[in-house]
Design a protein around this ligand. Structure first.
Ligand code: TTP
Ligand code: MG
Length: 363
């Protein structure tokens, strides 16, 4: 047994996070199809769907108007980010009481390395069970946990028996667990690579594990070796407690597809203000300003500008973002359905955890 197989890694992920918090706080929403997200008449999207709503095919990132069409009786509520953030902070604290080795991936998801605790005669599945019980009693919420010797296997395992799942993959069982599963469970295999794989009759992780590096390089480029290792249950990546914040951004879906410079300018200025507020609040400054544009045909462009001085305040961010916008408007006839502004390029001294994105639907 190699050293990798002595590790105990948990991946914990709340079930229908935003929707479950709403159902907990408003009992009249319990057992109802519920979609948390933007207004369907303002082109909002679904952030989180309750399990009752998922039976109708409602999913995260789906336009809310489609969700309403799929299930006319769905209850739509706007998100209450501050409540979710608070729950998240408290749960991450609870995790850190178990082990300092906690790597949050988003508000509702984290890896925990509990290897050290194994030496104190508690098993990783016991720790996972205790965490689930504590979260149920302290927060009134369910969380699904995957337990194994690596990040990728645990992440896949936590998604297998949702909601309220506890899936344990014992050391040595990684491949037999992974191989029958569809390739889409592997993180990083999105719709594009999935379509390519299926056209080559590669449909399970087992099929994937048998491919040569040459074949995988055609599909995944420099990621081929990593993907092949993952498919074989080999993943030594450590749990990293502090991540460098890569970017702070804010984006919005527009009410109508447009190329109107006055309207787009105003939106860019508002988004720049929101990004600036977050930067000021965190006391960080960045060197790169990014503009994201999604065209009517859903093609997404990002344009960025790296400056000699770091920026933080609204007018500095807006100046660069508007320059990028004006260049784009001058050189293209496209209409846009979504626009975003971001700042990145912080120094490592400003290392914080995780990428942060603010979403504002329907201005
Ligand atoms: P997820 O863990 O992807 O979703 P979930 O917790 O709602 O459902 P599951 O039981 O499948 O884990 O995301 C966590 C939260 O992040 C989710 O409740 C809302 C938010 N979110 C968005 O705002 N937009 C998105 O596109 C996604 C995927 C999530
Ligand atoms: Mg979740």
């Amino acid at each position: 047994m190699d050293s990798n197989q002595n590790r105990g890694i948990l991946h914990a992920d709340f079930d229908a996070f935003y929707a479950s918090v709403e159902q907990r706080d408003f009992p009249e929403l319990e057992n109802k199809p519920l979609a948390v997200g933007g207004n369907p008449r303002k082109r909002g999207v679904v952030a989180s769907a309750s399990y009752e709503a998922r039976k109708f095919g409602i999913k995260s990132a789906m336009p809310m108007s489609i969700a309403v069409r799929k299930c006319p009786e769905v209850v739509v509520v706007p998100p209450r980010f501050s409540v979710y953030r608070e729950v998240s902070q408290q749960v991450m604290e609870l995790f850190r009481n178990v082990t300092p080795l906690v790597e949050p991936l988003s508000l509702d998801e984290a890896y925990l390395d509990v290897t050290e605790l194994i030496h104190r005669n508690v098993t990783p599945p016991q720790i996972a069970k205790e965490l689930k019980d504590k979260i149920a009693s302290n927060f009134g919420l369910t969380i699904s946990i995957g337990v194994s010797t690596s990040k990728s296997v645990s992440k896949i395992a936590s998604g297998i028996n949702k909601p309220d799942g506890l899936t344990v993959v014992r050391p040595g069982d990684e491949s037999s667990f992974l191989h029958p599963l569809p390739v889409e469970v592997v993180w990083g295999i999105g719709p594009k690579s999935s379509a390519k794989l299926h056209s080559l009759s590669i449909s399970t992780v087992g099929d994937l594990s048998l491919q040569s590096i040459e074949v995988l390089t055609d599909i995944f480029g420099s990621n081929a070796v990593h993907i092949k290792n993952i498919a074989n249950g080999i993943d030594d990546r450590p749990v990293i407690t502090q991540r460098e914040r890569k970017s702070v951004s804010s984006e919005t879906t527009l009410l109508i597809d447009t190329s109107d410079p006055t309207y787009l300018t105003e939106i860019v200025m508002r988004l720049s203000g929101q990004v600036a507020d977050a930067l000021v609040h965190k006391d960080i400054r960045g060197r790169t300003v990014k503009l994201k544009l999604k065209q009517s045909d859903f093609t997404t462009l990002t344009r960025q500008k790296t400056l000699s001085e770091k920026v933080q305040i609204s007018s500095e961010i807006a100046e660069s973002a508007l320059e990028l916008l004006n260049y784009e408007l001058k050189n293209s006839d496209e209409k846009y359905r979504l626009i975003g502004v971001g700042v990145s390029g912080f120094s490592s001294a400003e290392a914080l955890h995780d990428e942060m994105q603010l979403r504002f639907e329907g201005f």
